[in-house]
Ligand binder design. Structure first.
Ligand code: B12
Ligand code: SF4
Length: 440
């Protein structure tokens, strides 16, 4: 059977300017889900292609050649996914299956736009569903027990451009922050063996890709296992031009781990600081304190990490001062990027349940659930102020002076990249703010 998987992209991300900025900025990598499912189906004799709308417009004439179309949706892309599904159905009446993190929490909604929906990790059921042996409209798939048994994502199926590899060495995270969706989708926390990870990395290295993105929600959750993987990467010379990963700030508690991360060129790290307000940290169950944050600040200057400092803004205990403190702190620690994320209550999380019960959800237009729109009523400020502070914080952090320290600390290339990035973000934040105020 001919099968096409599509991962749709949000409207803003399909614009020419966004794609251009993405191209310049660095690693562009796909979601691994469809590449893994494609790999399973391909080995069963099906003819599979995978499209990522993020990187290039999809040629729907080609998609229509398939007998079955699989669509992968997260919340902010659900609307676009449904548009695509309805369009293909109207035009060709082809079979459509929807899956992914959003379909897994709202399967009935996804079923309005498809023939079948798979809830959860689809590896164990995809073949039976595609081959018509599993006929339920909503199929509940169990979490994969042994991740080492999952086939590697097959990048040769991908028909969209990319320049980086996305690899997941674990699924889920042992923590349970109240706003986090992945710990609910990928539960319980599971790990691949280091041998299995190295086997996959060797294949990617041979293919000559320069960028590696470790997309585990928390790569250093199990520090001993992370060290084992890093050790083996160094031993096998599996070093990439730049490796990106997500971690918690407690990674700085382990000097041996930091040493190995540096040696393996794991340079770009995304850390969820979330808030500089102790009450807010407790409210989101982050299990980290202001003292931990100060300890990280004192460690950071010793190492050459390109830190993406991520914060959730608009939490119930935060006020405007906290947002402004975030900008000052990000500058103080010389964050390579400051990423304020407007609190987004995803369905299925405790934060969503709380805000829904309090009647504070302002819209269920999923396209706005992208961490850049205010979709709930904040407690200590208006929705308008929160949105404005989001733009202001981006504009203030990305000042024209911001890259100078990076030239000094990280070198010419990263300094230049940061400079262009600052111009783009400052410009984007200014335009965004003007458009928002004009509409309000
Ligand atoms: C890689 C990634 C990206 C990449 C690439 C995305 C792309 N190409 O569209 C980048 C960095 C660009 C990105 C961007 C964004 N992302 Co993102 N991303 C991820 C990340 C880290 C890994 C995805 C992955 O490979 N997962 C591993 C595989 C195994 O899981 P999977 O792909 O979901 O597949 C499984 C199931 O979903 C299912 N399945 C998947 N596809 C299909 C298809 C069918 C037909 C079926 C039946 C089943 C099925 O089976 C698969 C195997 O088990 C996830 C976090 C995570 N842990 O998943 C966040 C995540 C998906 N992203 C998220 C968000 C919010 C965003 C942004 C909105 C961020 C922003 N502020 O702009 C944007 C939106 C981009 C867009 N497309 O418009 C959230 C989504 C939350 C939600 N509930 O919707 C997540 C969960 C991160 C988080 N911690 O909150 N992202
Ligand atoms: S530490 Fe990160 S990945 Fe883990 S639950 Fe919290 S936000 Fe989610």
């Amino acid at each position: 059977m001919k099968i096409a998987f599509i991962t749709p992209a949000a409207d803003i991300r399909r614009t020419f300017s966004y794609r251009l900025a993405d191209k310049f900025y660095g690693p562009r990598h796909p979601m691994t889900g469809p590449l893994i499912l494609g790999s399973i189906l391909n080995s069963s004799g099906h003819n599979v292609v995978v499209y990522e709308e993020l990187f290039k417009d999809i040629n729907f004439r080609k998609v229509e050649e398939a007998d079955l179309i699989g669509i992968n949706i997260m919340t902010s892309t659900a609307g676009r996914g449904y548009e695509i599904a309805d369009f293909i159905k109207r035009k060709t009446n082809k079979r459509i299956i929807i899956g992914g993190i959003h379909a897994s929490v709202l399967p009935q909604e996804a079923l309005e736009h498809s023939d079948q929906v798979i809830v959860g990790e689809a590896e164990s059921v995809i073949k039976d569903v595609v081959e018509g042996k599993c006929k339920e409209e909503i199929v509940y798939a169990p979490a994969v027990d042994n991740l080492d048994e999952v086939p590697f994502p097959n990048y040769s199926l991908l028909k969209s451009p990319y320049n980086a590899i996305n690899i997941m060495t674990s699924r889920g995270c042992p923590y349970h922050c109240t706003f986090c969706t992945t710990t609910r989708m990928f539960s319980p926390y599971r790990r691949r063996s280091s041998e299995n990870v190295i086997k996959e990395l060797k294949i990617h290295k041979k293919r000559g890709l320069k960028y590696l993105c470790i997309q585990d929600d928390n790569f250093t959750a199990d520090k001993e296992r992370a060290k084992e993987i890093l050790d083996k990467m160094i031993f096998n010379r599996l070093i990439f031009k730049e490796t990106f990963f997500y971690a918690r700030m407690d990674m700085f508690d382990d000097p041996e781990l930091i040493g190995l991360l540096q040696k393996a060129n794991f340079r770009r790290v995304f850390i969820g600081i979330e808030s500089l307000n102790q009450q807010s940290l407790k409210y989101v169950n982050k299990k980290q304190t202001l003292t931990n944050i100060e300890q990280m600040r004192d460690q950071l200057h010793k190492y050459k990490f390109k830190l993406i400092a991520s914060f959730v803004i608009g939490l119930d205990y935060d006020d405007i001062d906290d947002i402004q403190r975030m900008v000052r702190f990000s500058k103080e620690i010389n964050a390579y990027q400051m990423q304020p994320q407007i609190l987004t209550p995803y369905v299925g999380t405790p934060i969503y349940d709380q805000l829904e019960a309090e009647g504070r959800i302002l819209t269920k237009d999923w396209k706005k659930y992208d961490m850049m729109h205010v979709v709930f009523q904040p407690r200590n400020m208006t929705a308008r102020t929160l949105k404005n502070e989001f733009f202001n914080s981006l504009s203030t952090f990305h000042s024209f002076r911001a890259p100078w320290n990076d030239f000094k600390n990280l070198g010419w290339m990263d300094g230049m990249k940061k400079m262009v990035f600052c111009v783009v973000i400052k410009f984007g934040a200014t335009i965004g703010s003007i458009r928002f105020l004009a509409r309000a």
